[in-house]
Ligand binder design. Structure first.
Ligand SMILES: Cc1cc2nc3c(=O)[nH]c(=O)nc-3n(C[C@H](O)[C@H](O)[C@H](O)COP(=O)(O)OP(=O)(O)OC[C@H]3O[C@@H](n4cnc5c(N)ncnc54)[C@H](O)[C@@H]3O)c2cc1C
Length: 478
């Protein structure tokens, strides 16, 4: 292929990684074909946290937290309509081995880093003022906030804390509680933005229900042959550059090409509940040691009294044998069929009910009135990959096995733009993209989308996937 010819690029997988890179590269003018075996985009695990600072993970390094902070700021600017602009409150239970004070050093580092990012570029101030990145609440302050009337549209940290002060069992918690500007990310809205943008791109072919079944290197004049099944027929098409964005199935594609790679795959689930409590809540996170019966509990609000629940115990979000590792024989960790059945077919009703009920019970041990909440939809669930051999890794983006093969390996959604930049850099090196395109963020098709259209499309995705319409909405919009 001559350097000035347009490269043909195949993206396998239309999760957040594949959709974002297809969107990004098609906005740069490249010819993209996206193969997705499912019927729509971004229909993988239930992303709901932006992770702007990684404060939910006490076990990760400061460097990973800073990376997540920067990447999240970039993501908020790129996908503003998919962000829920409400804060997160971190509570450390009395029976937890940690202390809230142990978080101060890191929070201050993140605050400084955020201030520096704003100094470099004022458009980075998407998490509010750096001086207000976090705020501490002692017991006495919460006792006095308890007396205040709940606020429908909180405008400051104290107003956000009213629902928390009124409903949390403060006797079970250490002080201070920490309010931090870690926002939410709405999966349905993100899927909607990616779908509406990509549908308008003539240079991006979106192939739904197309399952890639084989890959071959060096076939014909082109570099890659992609075999796929569609409606019972098998076809082959050739491409110059291949992007593996197959999520937890990334190893299957590596195996097709004979590439070795270490990775973990983990299956997890969250539960959708409804509570007759129409107060406006921030996210609330109760710390705990992962995998023990006291694992972290996460209470993620949507409008209309809906809450997404995680409990990092083996009877709620985590599963026995739910974390598996690749082997010398295969780059694809082998999940037990009981998990694959949940992903490809359906959950057994009993299983979904039992885990959902345990999630409600677990959260109500910290929020007693929440006991009256009902599980109101099927679980939100899926499997994710973690590259390498450290299963606590949270900040990673892409690796290149070959000059013409990029393997997307995000652990957190916020890493997709670092991933896009590194792939763009590779395409510049190959002569497929002009150097001035590196780091580009302002794309006209995306920016022209109307909020009402984004909401309509997000709602129809909720309907198609059988989830309540409220999940297409945010507690606070941009
Ligand atoms: C319960 C749970 C909660 C989570 N919560 C968060 C959160 O709050 N915030 C956050 O940032 N991250 C969260 N994560 C992690 C996050 O969901 C993943 O890291 C992210 O979804 C990975 O995106 P991806 O595009 O790489 O993969 P996926 O979203 O899995 O997409 C891969 C796509 O590839 C397609 N595909 C696979 N094989 C083929 C093939 N052969 N042919 C065609 N198509 C194929 C699949 O159908 C799928 O659509 C969570 C994960 C889980 C499991």
């Amino acid at each position: 292929m001559k350097k000035d010819e347009k490269a043909k690029i195949a993206v396998v997988g239309g999760g957040i990684a594949g959709s974002t890179i297809a969107l990004y590269l098609s906005e740069l003018g490249l010819d993209i074909t996206l193969f997705e075996k499912g019927p729509s985009l971004v229909n993988g695990p239930p992303i709901c946290h932006l992770h702007a600072g990684g404060n939910l993970y006490r076990e990760i390094s400061d460097e990973q937290c800073i990376t997540l902070l920067k990447e999240s700021i970039d993501l908020v600017k790129f996908y503003p309509d998919a962000v829920d602009y409400r804060p997160t409150v971190i509570a450390v239970p009395l029976d937890d081995a940690g202390k809230p004070q142990e978080m101060y050093r890191r929070l201050n580092r993140l605050k400084q880093e955020y201030a520096r990012l704003i100094e470099d570029d004022s458009s980075n101030a998407v998490l509010g003022r750096s001086s207000e990145y976090y705020k501490l609440y002692e017991c006495a302050e919460l006792e006095s906030l308890k007396e205040k009337k709940g606020v429908k549209k909180p405008k400051n940290a104290d107003e956000w804390m009213i629902a928390v002060a009124k409903h949390l069992d403060l006797e079970k918690l250490q002080f201070p509680l920490i309010l931090v500007q870690e926002y939410g990310l709405n999966l349905f809205r993100l899927a909607s933005v990616a779908s509406l943008t990509l549908r308008q791109k003539e240079n991006c072919e979106l192939l739904f229900k197309h399952k890639v079944t084989n890959l071959q290197k060096n076939c014909g004049n082109n570099k890659w042959c992609v075999s796929y099944d569609f409606e019972g027929k098998s076809e082959i098409e050739s491409f110059d550059f291949l992007i593996n964005a197959a999520g937890f199935r990334t190893g299957n594609l590596d195996d097709m090409l004979g590439y070795k790679r270490e990775r973990f795959v983990e299956f997890k689930a969250a539960y959708v509940s409804q509570w007759e409590n129409y107060e406006t809540w921030p996210e609330v996170v109760f710390f705990g040691e992962r995998g023990t019966p006291k694992g972290m509990a996460q209470f993620t609000p949507y409008p209309g009294g809906y809450f997404q629940l995680h409990g990092m115990t083996k009877s709620i979000t985590l599963f026995d044998e739910g974390l598996v590792k690749s082997s010398d024989k295969s780059a694809q960790p082998e999940l037990d069929t009981k998990f694959l059945d949940k992903i490809e077919k359906r959950w057994k009703d009993e299983d979904a009910k039992q885990r959902g009920k345990l999630a409600v019970d677990y959260l109500s041990s910290y929020i007693p009135e929440f006991e009256g909440a009902k599980v109101c939809a099927k679980p939100l669930f899926g499997a994710q990959q973690i590259p390498g051999n450290d299963d606590s890794l949270r900040a990673s983006n892409v690796s290149f096995e070959d000059e013409f093969y990029a393997r997307c390996e995000i652990v957190k959604a916020s890493s997709v733009l670092s991933m896009a930049d590194r792939i763009t850099q590779q395409l510049i090196y190959l002569g497929y993209v002009e150097e001035k395109m590196l780091g580009k963020r302002n794309f006209t098709t995306m920016k022209a989308l109307k909020t009402e259209d984004i909401t309509d499309c997000a709602e129809s995705l909720c309907t198609d996937r059988n989830y309540p319409l409220c999940l297409a909405h945010t507690v606070v919009s941009s």
